[in-house]
Design a protein around this ligand. Structure first.
Ligand SMILES: NC(=O)c1ccc[n+]([C@@H]2O[C@H](COP(=O)([O-])OP(=O)(O)OC[C@H]3O[C@@H](n4cnc5c(N)ncnc54)[C@H](O)[C@@H]3O)[C@@H](O)[C@H]2O)c1
Length: 259
């Protein structure tokens, strides 16, 4: 498949390698500054023209939260399968969904493309469903990341928390800040630490007076994100179960639900 990359930073370069390893061809790389990009521009119409000229059959966007909305608005009318890894735009999901539907095209977004993390979401959901049948267990969540990360808790921990809330009726609310009170039994406590170079560790505890069940996902590096983004574009470019080209807004949940 011929792929265009928008945002040619750390992730863009890793995605290029992962895509090449799977036999794809990177036909266009767009960036604001990266000297090795094939198109260096801050003008979205130049970006669109470069992608059209390249003959790309799909696009992967990993740029910057400040750029992503303008990029998506310009890229969607190209009507190419579009995978978005940039974070920080989900407040505008309804607007993007409307544009995708108007253009009858397909977009897939995820705050975490790692195959392992997406497996972990499903493992946690099933574990929470099972554990919720036993009153003795309380639940809490923890994550650690490198000290360059600006947001906390991580989007991934919030997604894990969502899986717990959906499957554990006794938990109804999240506490993400330091609590000055002991938590109510229906509160799910999330904690974050920023330290050193940790690529990302997420833990779920199910704790009873007798024992603890601890589930942990530990990222070793960012390769899992790159590989997951390429797999997502491959999936988005295949026909759906109805044998028609996929159309609409998808997440990694949709990819995994077809496994
Ligand atoms: N969803 C996931 O699994 C996942 C994983 C890792 C990173 N991310 C997100 O991906 C984004 C990029 O991460 P990174 O580590 O590659 O960052 P990075 O800073 O290394 O690279 C981002 C690149 O995008 C370029 N850029 C900025 N605005 C642009 C624009 N308008 N057009 C083209 N290029 C533009 C920058 O010049 C830079 O080279 C961040 O938002 C990060 O949080 C998501």
């Amino acid at each position: 498949m011929k792929i265009a990359l928008v945002g040619y930073g750390k992730m863009g370069h890793m995605i290029e390698q992962a895509a090449r390893d799977k036999g794809h061809v990177i036909v266009c790389t767009v960036d604001l500054f990266a000297e090795d990009a094939t198109c260096i521009t801050n003008d979205t119409s130049q970006m669109v023209q470069a992608i059209k000229d390249s003959g790309a059959e799909g696009i992967i966007e990993f740029s910057h939260p400040a750029s992503v909305m303008a990029n998506l608005t310009a890229l969607i009318p190209l009507r190419l399968p579009l995978v978005v890894g940039t974070t920080g735009w989900k407040d505008n999901l309804a607007q993007i969904t409307e544009q995708v539907e108007q253009n009858k095209t397909a977009l897939l977004h995820a705050s975490n493309f790692s195959v392992g993390v997406n497996l972990f979401y499903r493992i946690v959901a099933e574990a929470a469903r099972l554990v919720s049948q036993f009153d003795a267990y309380d639940t809490g969540l923890f994550e650690s990341h490198h000290n360059q990360k600006v947001d906390s808790p991580s989007g991934t921990l919030l997604d894990i928390a969502k899986k717990v809330l959906e499957n554990m009726p006794s938990k109804k609310r999240l506490i993400t800040n330091c609590s000055q009170n002991k938590p109510e039994s229906d509160e799910l406590h999330l904690a974050s630490v920023r330290v050193g170079s940790v690529p990302g560790t997420h833990t779920v505890w199910f704790d009873s007076p007798a024992d603890t069940i601890e589930l942990t996902h530990t990222a070793r590096n960012r390769e899992g994100f790159a590989l997951g983004a390429v797999r997502a574009l491959e999936w988005l470019s295949t026909s759906g179960l109805d044998n028609k080209p996929r159309a609409g807004v998808f997440t990694m949940d949709d990819v995994f639900s077809e496994l």
